[in-house]
Design a binder for this molecule. Structure first.
Ligand code: XLS
Ligand code: NI
Ligand code: NI
Length: 436
């Protein structure tokens, strides 16, 4: 059985192609800065939006046409869906996928039954990985959908909910290890608050840290060597999520001695909800040596929620890939499309159009960023802007040879600081446009 009979596989046809089911820029084997595009971009398809998304919204139920679904929540349907997922990812030519435990298999009446269901589907995932060579970018546990998590999971005021979440994360880690996952993500589903009058924030944060330490310890115990990530998001579903942005996450990780164990998984729409650009978040993480992976999508600047649209803006993908290249590339991470087709795009083929567009946009961003680096003008302008730190008093300050008193002495002698140089913002913005 095939779910997408009209598609063989998505070919690379080059920029002149008018075929909407072909890549115009993503040429997996083409080398950029000495590495294939496949290895730079490490594209990944998300199971939750692409195979569990129905197009439902607060105003109406799902309306997506998915002929392979039998309408039940059975394990058999889940296994069949897993095979369809791999057919899609293989035809698309993406090397990775990512999932939450509850995306792939239905919950049972008890934890034991749920784990059994998960094992039955993981068996199929493993077979399909072996058949296709597609790999798991990261696994994660859904610690937010079930009603038990209404107050949060690791930050729940109910200690037994914390315990249940720990059991669930333990199993998700085991499954991720079994599938050879390159990483494991913690997104703080409902780890936040709606109201501070009923919240002990300090206690909740300590519990969250304890939970993450338990995960780190358990990974060590079972020999899971994949990378852990924490994914910032400022709000939704709670009014304030503790992992609100890259800076807040870094501070939290540092405060609780978790920084050596976790990197950041940054998502564009979460950055903009936090009032930042994705470039800002990438630079904050990169500067701290914590740039791990990207959840590639985009929001709608006129809407205040997480619309998770597919990224098509070349300026955005150029910024992303410029930062990625600058900080040494994605190692265990990837460009993971945490994005969903619109409710109106209800046909299966729309899943192809969406991913092709996102992959091509990122491939272009990669090539443009590499061209900017090869040209070197931007780097030179940046270097020149800080030239005063290369010698004289600047170099001495950086080397720790000064204090307030010595600097006062210098300025009393000079009377005034050297003249400033223009920041040339407009000229630089014009320069960026010459590469696009
Ligand atoms: C939700 C998050 C979620 C994580 C994985 O907003 O983006 O999808 O990536 O739990
Ligand atoms: Ni995400
Ligand atoms: Ni999101």
């Amino acid at each position: 059985m095939t779910a997408f009979p009209e598609i063989k596989s998505i070919p690379f046809e080059g920029p002149q192609s008018k075929n909407p089911l072909a890549y115009r820029y993503y040429n997996a084997d083409e080398k950029v800065e000495g590495r294939t595009m496949r290895d730079h971009l490490r594209f990944s398809v998300v199971y939750w939006h692409t195979f569990r998304g129905t197009g439902s919204d607060p105003f109406g139920p799902g309306c997506a046409v998915r002929p392979w679904e039998d309408g039940t929540d059975s394990v058999e349907n889940a296994q069949n869906r897993a095979r369809v997922a791999f057919e899609f990812i293989e035809k698309l030519g993406a090397p990775f996928y990512a999932f939450h435990d509850r995306d792939v298999a239905p919950e049972g009446a008890t934890l034991a039954e749920t784990n059994k269901n998960l094992d039955a589907v993981v068996k199929v995932l493993k077979e399909e990985q072996e058949r296709t060579g597609i790999k798991l970018l990261w696994g994660t546990a859904n610690l937010f959908s079930n009603r038990r998590y209404m107050h949060g999971a690791a930050t729940s005021p109910n200690a037994e909910v914390f315990a249940f979440a720990a059991a669930q994360a333990k199993k998700a880690l085991e499954v991720t290890k079994e599938l050879g996952g390159a990483g494991y993500v913690f997104w703080g589903g409902r780890e936040g608050y709606q109201n501070l009058w009923n919240t002990n924030m300090k206690r909740e944060l300590e519990h969250l840290a304890k939970f993450l330490h338990m995960a780190v310890d358990y990974a060590k115990k079972i020999g899971f060597t994949g990378q852990f990530y924490i994914e910032p998001k400022p709000k939704e579903p709670t009014k304030h999520q503790y992992d609100s942005d890259a800076a807040a996450c870094l501070n939290f990780l540092r405060e609780y001695d978790l920084l050596p164990h976790l990197k950041l998984n940054l998502e564009t729409n979460h950055a903009t909800l936090a009032g930042h650009t994705m470039q800002h978040e990438l630079e904050v993480a990169g500067a701290a040596g914590a740039l791990g992976s990207i959840d590639a999508n985009t929001g709608d600047m006129l809407l205040g929620w997480d619309t998770d649209q597919f990224p098509t803006d070349i300026y955005l993908t150029t910024q992303c890939m410029y930062s990625v290249l600058k900080y040494g590339g994605l190692k265990t991470g990837g460009v993971n499309f945490d994005a969903k087709v619109r409710r109106e795009s209800f046909e299966p083929i729309d899943l192809f159009y969406a991913h092709i567009g996102g992959m091509d946009a990122f491939a272009r961003g990669l090539k443009i960023a590499a061209a900017m680096r090869a040209d070197g003008q931007l780097e030179k302008l940046l270097k020149d802007r800080y030239a005063s730190w290369e010698s004289g008093v600047g170099a001495e300050i950086e080397a720790g040879k000064h204090d307030f008193a010595s600097l006062e002495k210098l300025m009393l002698e000079k009377g005034e600081a050297a003249a400033n140089v223009s920041g040339r913002q407009e000229m630089i913005e014009n320069l960026i446009n010459t590469y696009l």
